[in-house]
Each structure stands twice: as C-alpha cells, then as structure tokens.
Ligand binder design. Structure first.
Ligand code: ORO
Length: 307
C-alpha cells in the first residue's frame, strides 16, 4: 500500500513528475495522465504571460545528471489553470511562478477566484531567468510575499524551494514558513548556477547566461536529501514535504521518504529514461519495502537513524 496524503488529497502512490518535466503542453500533460505509477501531475511553472524561454541549447544531459537554463518557457497561466480544472485522471499540482511579486499575486488572485480546489505550488526558486534572483534566498522578501499571498488566498498552497547549504539558512527559511498556513514545501529545485565545461571544445554546454544553469540528477541527491531532512526537522508537522532531486532508483525514493518526504518527484531521470521510469521506481521501492517488512510508507517515513 503506497497511498499518501498531501493537503487533504489522497494520492495512489508517492511519485510525481518534477515541475518542468514533460508538463508544458497539452500533449505532454496527456502523456502524464496516462502514465502508470505516476500518482499526480505537476504543471510547468505558469507565469502571467506566455514565455518562449531562453535561447537553445538550454538543457544538457550528463552522465551524472543534467544542467538546464530553460527560462520558464510556458503557455501562460490561463492554459494551466484551465487544464487543472479539467484533468480528472489524477490529482494535480498547479505550479505558479512570477517575474515579480505583482505578477504572482495577479495569477494567484485568478486561481483563488476560479473553481480549482486542488493544490497550488508557488515556485520561489527558478534560477534561470536572467536578472531575476531566486526569491527564497531572500528571507525578508519571501515573508513579505507570503504575507501578501495569504491576505486573500484560502486554497491549498505550498512553495518550491531552492537548495540551502548552511544550517542557519534552514532555521531562517523554516522560521518564515512556519508562520503561514502552507500545505507543503517542495525541496529542492535545481542547484542553481552550476557550470559544466566541455574540455575538448573548451566551452560551456548551454547558451543562456554564459553557460550557468540549474543542476539536477544523481549529482544532487545528497543535497536534496539534506534539504528534506533538515526541513522535516524544522517545519511544523502540518507542512508536508515533496522531496525532489537526484532520484534514479527505488532506493533513492526510499531514502527521500526515510528523510521525511511525503511524496517524491522525478525530473532528470525521466528525460534519460522516459515515462516508464515510474513503473521501475515503484517496483524497486516495493521490493525494498517487502525485504524490510514495511507495508506502508508511514512505517519508515522520517525514521532515518543517526549514529
Ligand atoms: N528550471 C529549473 O531548474 N527550475 C525552475 O524552477 C525553472 C526552470 C526553468 O524554466 O528554467
């Protein structure tokens, strides 16, 4: 039994797509709706206006992960808001991003006024829009934005966070988030502004921002697990956690849950392997659970042992 709860919504299993992965167009979203062992659908982060995103090449596959600098290409929020109100195959998470606080508030006001009753996720951590900082690295700005959001927003909403690397920063972001009725945090977004060097060509591998981009995949697993664990130790119990980052196997899914994740999302590995990855991860997770004698995710969630 792999069912899990998030914000009063029941999911058949723990696995989600990472936002941005195969979830931008109507066709891609239809593929997700038809994907077995994918328990819910997260949309591409939607902005006020449609965006074509950054110049290509803007995604590069590596043996140890990926680097991307997509720049929030998306069809504009009305498309995704319409989609989540129609999709019925699985629960949805409507991801929303903004180029300014005003943009975010305008989009969220429309979500509030719509018939959508599902979960929304505010992306505070896109590293790839030139000139725009990652909001959640600014604790004061994050608090101010959430104050403005919760002045009118009454539907389930969580936040997508960037990775933090200093224990003090975990304390600081948790202190902000614990003051608001957020449903969940999704941790982590890509590790921002990495740089991949092609030694043979003596050049970068992606075009935007001189080659700087968000890192994902196997190389970020320990960072993702640290963020899940550190936030689980600090956030109110009422705030669920979606663990994102570095999942390539069922053991990695198990590790995320052991660190405290309620659900786990998969990005880079979907690009490498295709949507069949969710079946493989589920089989591997179930094999590990059977071997250990666990019947449900709650049997081991958050139970990581220290030495
Ligand atoms: N890429 C990421 O890695 N995270 C985001 O939130 C957004 C993008 C992008 O569109 O570039």
């Amino acid at each position: 039994n792999l069912t899990t709860q998030l914000a009063q919504v029941t999911f058949d299993g723990p696995l989600l797509n990472a936002s941005g992965i195969h979830c931008q167009t109507k066709e891609e979203l239809a593929d997700l709706a038809a994907t077995s062992n994918l328990a819910g659908i997260v949309t591409k982060s939607a902005t006020l206006l449609p965006r074509t995103g950054n110049e290509s090449p803007r995604y590069y596959d590596l043996a140890y992960g990926s680097i991307n600098s997509m720049g929030l290409p998306n069809l504009g929020y009305p498309f995704y808001l319409d989609y989540v109100q129609q999709e019925t195959a699985k629960p949805t998470i409507l991801s929303v991003a903004g180029l300014s606080a005003e943009d975010v508030l305008e989009v969220l006001m429309d979500v509030q006024d719509s018939d959508y009753q599902g979960i929304t996720e505010l992306n505070l951590s896109c590293p790839n829009v030139p000139g725009k900082p990652q909001t959640a690295y600014d604790f004061v700005a994050t608090r101010k934005l959430l104050e403005r959001v919760f002045a009118f927003f009454t539907k389930p909403i969580g936040v997508k966070l960037p990775p933090y690397f200093d224990l003090v920063h975990f304390d600081q972001i948790a202190a902000v988030l614990n003051d608001f009725p957020i449903t969940h945090v999704n941790t982590v977004n890509s590790v921002g502004n990495g740089l991949v060097v092609d030694v043979e060509k003596e050049q970068v591998v992606t075009k935007p921002k001189g080659g700087f981009g968000g890192l994902g995949g196997a190389m970020i697993l320990p960072t993702a697990l640290a963020n899940v664990r550190a936030l689980r130790q600090r956030l109110n119990e009422s705030i669920a956690i979606i663990g994102t980052g570095g999942v390539t196997s069922g053991a990695d899914v198990f590790a995320h849950i052991l660190c405290g994740a309620d659900m786990v999302s998969v990005g880079t590995q979907v690009i490498k392997e295709g949507l069949g990855v969710y079946d493989r991860l589920t089989e591997e997770l179930q094999a590990i659970m059977a071997e250990k004698g666990y019947e449900s995710l709650s049997d081991f969630r958050g139970q990581l042992r220290e030495l």
